[in-house]
Write a protein that binds this ligand. Structure first.
Ligand code: GLP
Length: 243
């Protein structure tokens, strides 16, 4: 298990950014998965900033989002599509054919999830997957209790997030909201994974993820079994680990 502990937020963001850029330089036609949230925003903006100052080839890389909110417009500021577009994709000049997302609205989500998996496979599978970590151990929208062998699907989101999204998008209670996400099996099939976690609110779950049992109660604990997963942490997130 490879654990990297950054000494500052800047070092954390910079290390994460270089994992992505390094992958692109080593293999321009890579398929790279991205996560949204507070942890990854700075890293995305930093990749864009570095690219602006020191341009490197981008045209052959396929980026995709690990998960997406369902039941809202993809142009809502909290949709993963819009977050990734504004933080990174547009600044890099990535075209639509090289940016894959699960839909926010769709008549047949099972079909869309199957198509998404198939398209990633058609491009050679995932070379690098950057993962965030939920405070309850979720990966993407795979909440505690999700099947460890699961494929892309639509799940319920947690109550707090659902309430916030309803408020921000004026979505009435009768319109279902959810989260489309790659499943835990899909995640485990990535050739390389970098899990990023920072801050005091992640201390306990990082400990359970790395030093507790592998269990569906903590979906991220499955990463203990991945052959090439790096855990990039800051001092606060790693404070509960015993070495
Ligand atoms: C949400 C996203 C995940 C992300 C997680 C962590 O649940 N759907 O993809 O990894 O949040 O978010 P944060 O970095 O804000 O803690």
């Amino acid at each position: 298990m490879k654990i990297t502990i950054a000494n500052s937020e800047r070092e954390f963001d910079c290390t994460a950014a270089w994992r992505v850029i390094g992958q692109m330089l080593a293999r321009p036609a890579s398929v790279i998965g991205l996560s949204t949230g507070r942890t990854t925003g700075n890293m995305h903006r930093l990749i864009a900033e570095i690219h602006k100052q020191y341009p490197f080839p981008v045209g052959k890389t396929t980026f995709f989002g690990l998960d997406e909110v369902t039941g809202v417009s993809r142009y809502y500021s909290g949709a993963c599509y819009t977050m990734l577009k504004t933080e990174l994709i547009d600044a890099l000049g990535v075209d639509d054919d090289h940016f894959l997302m699960l839909p926010t609205q769709c008549d047949d989500f099972s079909r869309a999830c199957a198509d998404f998996r198939q398209e990633i496979a058609r491009r050679g599978g995932i070379d690098l997957l950057m993962l965030g970590l939920g405070e309850n151990g979720h990966l993407g929208f795979n909440q505690p209790g999700s099947p460890l062998g699961g494929e892309a699907w639509v799940t319920r989101m947690n109550v707090e997030l659902e309430e916030r999204i309803r408020r921000e998008t004026n979505t009435p209670p009768d319109v279902p909201l959810g989260g489309a996400t790659l499943g835990l099996k899909d995640i485990m099939q990535a050739r390389r994974i970098v899990l990023v976690a920072k801050g005091r609110n992640k201390t306990e779950i990082v400990h359970r993820m790395l030093q507790g049992p592998v269990t569906p109660d903590v979906p991220a604990s499955i990463l203990q079994l991945h052959p090439d997963c790096e855990f990039l942490l800051d001092a606060e997130a790693s404070a509960g680990l015993t070495f």
